[in-house]
Write a protein of this length. Structure first.
Length: 287
């Protein structure tokens, strides 16, 4: 794809999932590098790409790394993309240990990292079933259902409003992540908090799974994470007069209601992840 085609594909949700968005943006930046080495032009490209999806620290962190290192790191785009690949492999190895034979694993929306964990558990010979929501209004859960079914793992798929009914039967709840703040708040697809609260009340182990580049360093300095508001027409094309449509893409999940967060650095309580990120990636905090 061209630079502009990548931008359009992210905007139109043809490319979705925080990690895939970040990788696509890095690929776009690499394309721009082939046409110019002018720092001003590259900075404009970084800002343009960053603005596409506001609730995506992985996108911002990846592009920040690129703009700060393109002069001294050959093929900086490949370096960042390899980071995401290696991180996912590490998370899959760790996360798969949480899945045991006979389990029901519940998930919401689409996360390529959740899929990677399921794939790894399958490769280890474990037999389990995945329960997943369709995730309205864009039905990202169907992507999850299709991909996991192709792995040969049984999938039970249902409407979002039936989620609590099926979560009662689950042994484990895994979900992705779009952002983590300095206070340990996790931002993920709207609906996640409802399921996490129910899982917590019923003592169902609940983990967010993500690479640590989704930590937002700006929140360490008081910045609040932006929650993207999607087009109301995704919910209702032509609503009657007097009806206002709200369509937030994400919501906040409190660190108090989940068991932990599984990253390439290990498993931590969300509010302590910042310490590990500071050790591993000090460049993030040079803002």
């Amino acid at each position: 794809m061209t630079y502009q085609e990548i931008i359009n594909s992210i905007k139109d949700l043809k490319i979705q999932g925080a990690e895939k968005i970040a990788v696509a943006a890095v690929e776009a930046f690499a394309l721009k590098l082939k046409t110019t080495r002018d720092h001003h032009e590259l900075e404009k490209a970084r800002q343009e790409l960053t603005a596409i999806r506001p609730t995506e620290p992985a996108l911002r962190n990846a592009l920040t790394y690129c703009i700060n290192n393109y002069k001294k790191t050959k093929n900086v785009g490949n370096f960042v993309i390899n980071y995401f690949k290696e991180s996912k492999n590490k998370i899959a190895e760790t996360g798969a240990k949480k899945i045991q034979d006979g389990m029901i694993v519940f998930t919401h929306c689409h996360s390529s990292t959740v899929e990677a964990i399921c794939q790894k558990a399958k490769e280890q010979g474990k037999k389990f079933t995945v329960y997943n929501t369709e995730t309205r209004p864009r039905y990202q859960g169907r992507i999850t259902a299709e991909n996991i079914a192709k792995m040969g793992i049984p999938v039970v798929h249902f409407v979002d409003s039936a989620g609590r009914t099926f979560l009662k039967k689950a042994d484990l709840f895994l979900f992705g992540c779009d952002a983590v703040t300095a206070e340990g708040k996790i931002y993920n697809k709207i609906g996640t908090e409802n399921f996490a609260e129910f899982a917590n009340e019923n003592r169902i182990p609940t983990y967010s799974v993500t690479n640590s580049w989704k930590f937002d360093p700006l929140t360490s300095f008081g910045t609040e994470e932006t929650i993207e508001q999607r087009d109301p027409k995704e919910v209702w094309e032509n609503p009657p007069a007097g009806v206002t449509i709200m369509n937030p893409a994400f919501e906040v999940i409190s660190p108090d209601i989940i068991t932990g967060i599984i990253t390439e650095l290990g498993i931590f309580k969300p509010e302590t992840l910042i310490i590990e990120v500071q050790k591993a990636y000090p460049w993030m905090f040079k803002v």
